[in-house]
Design a protein around this ligand. Structure first.
Ligand SMILES: [Zn+2]
Length: 437
């Protein structure tokens, strides 16, 4: 008998890799924060004894979901300005509110609200882009969730930094402090081609290569953005990013709703990644990322919610379903984006985009134990012919009962173990009072 930290006996285990495999009546064996075995429950009971043992008789175990693009702190602006065009929404609502209110306390409380929502919805890793990244990192660390906190850069002065040089300098200091952190990484996060000029983009590329960091940026979010840039520079933004040498396997392009067939082919060759944010794109009527075409061309497509100010939730279950349904509609083909593909976009593809595929994204022996349990006994997900189908097309995030990150339990039978809901609710109510003015 080998003694280990945790044994999770489950009705179904969907490891995501190998693809299209679902194990029944299997056990995930976790020790020192890692998955050390995955085997039939009968055998596990003979070979292992767990300090903690979970019997999840109605549940599917999956790798924790990876939200590959969000702005966690913006959750405090959920529902404050809806039903507007992107530039109107940004220039007349979000940016002025940010100028007035964003500070350390805003980012701390907003990150807490986002982290609570994400854990309760089965997200175990998020790729963030916002001001005061060190505060978001500190809150992620405090609550035990995995995070990539983007080192944001924009030409626009904010309370976080007054110019591009200051953004880069402050970002580097954050990177330096966190570079050996087991749960936090720090990609560069220049906001968008239309908010960051050539010089800082080149500098970011040089630094990203030196430090081996990914570059995470909004690209081709709307037609308007492209027309404006073409007028200004004569080029489509993507072409400008090629000219600046940014596009390679460490490049993460968020949105990409405006793509020609040639751009798709060239992007596929580069080995760069796309993060698809279907609900934010739908809500802002930004356009449609041709996901089926991109995947067929060989591009790794991950999934993100974007911020709660433009979604308006951080629900990766909803995002998977929307990605699958919208992908079919755009391709004019119901066989496009099958359920398993949507689940891969929310797990292993996210891990690949973030350079974390050796650590997370599947329930594979040796990887970190970032695991979620989904109770499929609810009437809304009965009967279960195919657990992956239920998870993508029928389940809600409220069916996530338990969440572990690196073996640590962050959600226990729907209760957050590292966040006090009542205190958080009070803090958020105070912000609501201030922002509503
Ligand atoms: Zn965004």
């Amino acid at each position: 008998m080998t003694v280990v930290d945790t044994l999770i006996h489950a009705r179904w285990i969907i490891p995501v890799e190998p693809e299209s495999v679902t194990y029944e009546h299997h056990t995930l064996v976790v020790d020192n924060g890692r998955i050390v075995d995955l085997l039939p429950t009968e055998l596990a009971k003979q070979q292992y004894r767990g300090t903690t043992t979970e019997n999840l008789e109605n549940h599917a175990l999956l790798p924790g979901l990876i939200n590959s693009h969000t702005h966690a702190a913006m959750t405090l602006m959920r529902g404050i300005a809806d039903d507007l065009h992107l530039m109107d929404w940004l220039e007349n609502h979000i940016w002025p509110l940010e100028q007035k209110w964003v500070n350390e306390a805003f980012v701390k409380d907003g990150s807490d609200l986002a982290i609570a929502e994400m854990i309760r919805g089965g997200t175990t890793c998020f790729n963030d882009m916002y001001f005061f990244p060190e505060i978001t990192a500190a809150q992620a660390n405090h609550h035990g969730i995995r995070a990539c906190v983007g080192l944001i850069v924009t030409d626009l002065p904010t309370v976080w930094a007054e110019n591009c040089e200051a953004y880069i300098e402050k970002g580097l200091a954050v990177h330096d402090r966190l570079r050996h952190h087991p749960l936090i990484s720090t990609p560069f996060a220049p906001h968008a081609p239309y908010t960051v000029s050539d010089e800082p983009l080149q500098k970011i590329k040089t630094l990203a290569d030196e430090l081996e960091l990914p570059i995470h940026i909004h690209v081709h979010e709307t037609l308007h953005e492209i027309e404006q840039q073409q007028e200004k520079t004569g080029q489509r933004p993507l072409q400008r990013l090629y000219d600046l040498g940014l596009i390679d396997p460490s490049f993460i392009a968020v949105h990409m709703t405006q793509l020609t067939d040639d751009e798709i082919a060239r992007f596929a060759e580069s080995g760069a990644h796309i993060v698809h944010c279907p609900e934010s794109n739908l809500k802002l009527a930004s356009g449609f990322c041709p996901v089926a075409k991109c995947i067929a061309a060989g591009i790794n497509v991950a999934l993100g919610t974007d911020g709660a100010a433009s979604n308006n939730d951080l629900d990766m279950f909803g995002e998977m379903r929307t990605a699958a349904l919208l992908g079919k509609a755009i391709a004019g083909d119901p066989s496009a984006i099958p359920a398993m593909t949507a689940l891969r976009m929310a797990t292993i593809n996210g891990a690949k985009a973030l350079g974390l595929e050796n650590e997370i994204g599947s329930l594979s022996i040796g990887k970190a134990a970032d695991v979620i349990a989904v109770d499929l006994s609810h009437l809304e997900t009965q009967p279960v012919y195919c657990p992956v189908s239920q998870i993508v097309y029928a389940a809600s995030r409220q069916q996530v009962t338990d969440v572990w990150v690196a073996g640590k339990r962050l959600l226990k039978q729907r209760h957050l173990t590292t966040i006090n809901d009542d205190e958080l609710r009070l803090k958020v109510a105070e912000w609501r009072q201030r922002l509503a003015g």
